[in-house]
Design a protein around this ligand. Structure first.
Ligand code: MN
Length: 228
């Protein structure tokens, strides 16, 4: 297109393990998808189907990047999460077919302005300022689905400055990945390039400037981020 009134923003890409770049279209996230985390946030884990929110694609931070401490918060929290990358789109995807739509997996961190989220919940306001802020989605390299086991179980951990903060297992998800994909595809047509952050185990907490976050999912990979 040569009639753009200014240069288009660059395509957001996610590095792929072994080479290549995955073009990112959207970032979807699942809320409260581990029972123990739902309980620590004051909710009944059995009371609700999966629910979704989103971050802008350009909130993605690639592996090892410095994350600037965001404005307008005094309570920045980490949430370690399995990320599924969609390679084949679709709507109304069945649970049984969900696996065929996944291109790969990564380990990500859903950074959250927890104080603004608490305000939004109380005031029944949208979550965007709590979840969809700049630099709010650090993510490690994508592993091709063909190269890893179907991740329905496996250790998921996060350390801050070497100290374990979150330690869970993917099998603790209330809604496993096929159910998440199926349900999300009833609300949105999924397309190649979509990323899905699938929720966090318990142990979320605050980070401060200078903290080094290291996340890991067995068989998938790692993510690191330093709060600058
Ligand atoms: Mn989350």
């Amino acid at each position: 297109m040569d009639d753009l009134v200014f240069a288009a923003p660059p395509q957001v890409v996610a590095p792929v393990k072994g080479g290549g770049q995955f073009p990112v279209r959207r970032i979807y996230c699942v809320g409260r998808n581990y029972a123990a985390h739902a309980r620590e946030m004051g909710h009944d884990p059995n009371a609700e189907p999966p629910f979704f929110f989103a971050k802008p694609a350009d909130a993605l931070m690639t592996h090892g990047a410095d994350v600037p401490y965001p404005t307008m918060t005094e309570d920045l929290h980490h949430e370690i999460e399995l990320v599924a990358a969609i390679g084949t789109g679709g709507r109304d995807i069945s649970v049984d077919a969900a696996r065929q739509h996944v291109w790969g997996y990564a380990t990500g961190i859903d950074l959250t302005r927890r104080d603004l989220q608490a305000w939004a919940k109380k005031a029944t306001k949208p979550w965007e300022v709590a979840k969809g802020f700049d630099h709010s989605a650090p993510m490690g390299e994508l592993a091709r689905a063909a190269d890893v086991a179907w991740p329905l179980s496996g250790a998921i951990t996060l350390t801050v400055n070497g100290e374990t903060r979150q330690s869970g297992d993917l099998e603790q998800m209330t809604w496993d990945l096929p159910h998440v994909i199926a349900e999300l595809s009833r609300y949105f047509e999924l397309c190649p390039g979509d990323l899905i952050f699938t929720g966090t185990p318990s142990g979320v907490g605050a980070v401060v400037r200078g903290d080094r976050l290291e996340g890991s999912i067995a068989g998938i990979g790692t993510v690191t981020a330093t709060i600058a």
